[in-house]
Design a binder for this molecule. Structure first.
Ligand code: NDP
Length: 332
């Protein structure tokens, strides 16, 4: 299979400014946490990346440990980049992260300078690139001084190995501190990457105010709650779904009767809007102007197509918002 990028790939996707920076991100980005590892079908990975790019997705989100095995999502994306997208490198925003367990011993986890910079070098090798566009501290490290972690991010930029830096999974307070430290080093923070979905709204309690005040972008991960905010579990757990896979983070026992009741009610509202539940869940996350982009995961090309079509109907009436809140309130 040879790949030629679609000529009209920039015609429909909206690109949102990332905080006060010069960088624009697509409203929907693709994440490679699941389904892009060496346990997955490489040709399917390739097809998903092609289709995403053809539909205007310029941003691909990775981390050192994505797979399984850890590192294999970066290696697979690197192969696709080399084979098919090398001439499009300047059209792509590739992000990676370090912060979770990656290799044995005291230097392969958390937030030390030793770990972050060694990990970034490994990521660049696996991806086959000279630099990534965004390098994240994947989580705050309570044992390492924030100055050390932020200085390591700053070094990545100064060494030309990352164009921008970001924070992921930092609380509102930790974000304020980290941004202040980065500023002292003359390095702007581009973006925060928190979890956010109709089923997980912690960012509404302070973090979204911080990103606005600080003028940084916000890119929501797991906007479909790993697939729970779709219609896929309404009639049982499909064999090829994340909840059924042994290596997935979603477990069968996460699909509870209480969840299915909530999802069933949301599904009815989505149907009244003429959308799938996945589409409504994405539109719901993106309705807040402070959200620059939503990073979706996918196991099939059709899911990417369906998810991008969410952008065709992303306005909610006050009645719809009210009805959705009524369903979600018992979960808060
Ligand atoms: P989602 O909440 O978008 O869940 C993706 C899953 O939902 C897919 O794998 C698929 O499940 C299902 N799905 C997607 N679209 C549809 C559809 N239209 N219809 C039915 N089912 C659908 O996101 P993820 O949890 O995958 O996270 C997205 C990205 O966010 C990651 O790849 C990663 O880049 C980032 N992330 C960052 C984290 C961090 O700590 N910074 C942590 C977690 C994620 P199935 O496989 O069952 O088909």
């Amino acid at each position: 299979m040879s790949y030629k990028a679609s000529k009209d790939r920039y015609e429909n996707m909206p690109y949102n400014r990332c905080g006060n920076s010069g960088l624009m991100l697509p409203a929907i980005s693709l994440g490679l946490w699941h389904n892009f590892g060496d346990v997955d079908d490489f040709e399917n990975c390739r097809k998903m990346v092609h289709r995403a790019f053809d539909l205007g997705i310029t941003h691909f989100d990775l981390a050192n440990n994505y797979g399984p095995s850890a590192g294999s999502a970066e290696s697979n994306f690197g192969k696709i980049l080399k084979k098919d997208l090398a001439s499009h490198r300047d059209e792509l925003i590739i992000s990676t992260k370090a912060g979770y367990m990656m290799w044995d011993g005291p230097y392969g986890d958390w937030g030390s300078r030793k770990y972050l910079l060694a990990s970034l070098d490994q990521s660049l090798k696996r991806l086959g690139v000279d630099y990534v566009d965004i390098f994240y501290s994947h989580r705050p490290d309570p044992q390492t001084p924030i100055e050390e972690t932020m200085r390591a991010l700053g070094s990545a930029v100064r060494q030309g190995k990352a164009l921008y830096v970001g924070l992921s999974n930092y609380t509102a307070e930790q974000t304020v501190d980290a941004i202040a430290v980065l500023k002292q080093f003359g390095i702007p923070c581009l973006i925060h990457q928190p979890s956010y979905s109709m089923l997980n709204r912690w960012v509404e309690d302070g973090l979204l105010d911080v990103v606005e005040e600080e003028g940084i972008g916000c890119i929501a991960f797991s906007p479909l709650a790993q697939g729970k905010l779709t219609d896929k579990y309404l009639n049982g757990i499909p064999e090829d779904s994340r909840a059924a896979k042994a290596h997935g983070f979603l477990q069968k026992n996460d699909i509870t009767d209480k969840l299915l009741k909530t999802v069933g009610s949301l599904n009815k509202i989505a149907a009244d809007r003429g959308q799938s539940l996945a589409q409504m869940a994405l539109a719901w996350v993106l309705k807040d102007d402070r959200i620059t982009s939503a990073i979706v995961g996918a196991s099939k090309v059709e899911q990417i197509e369906q998810n991008i079509a969410a952008l065709e109907n992303n306005v909610f009436s006050s009645d719809e918002i009210f009805a959705i809140e009524k369903i979600l309130v018992p979960l808060q």
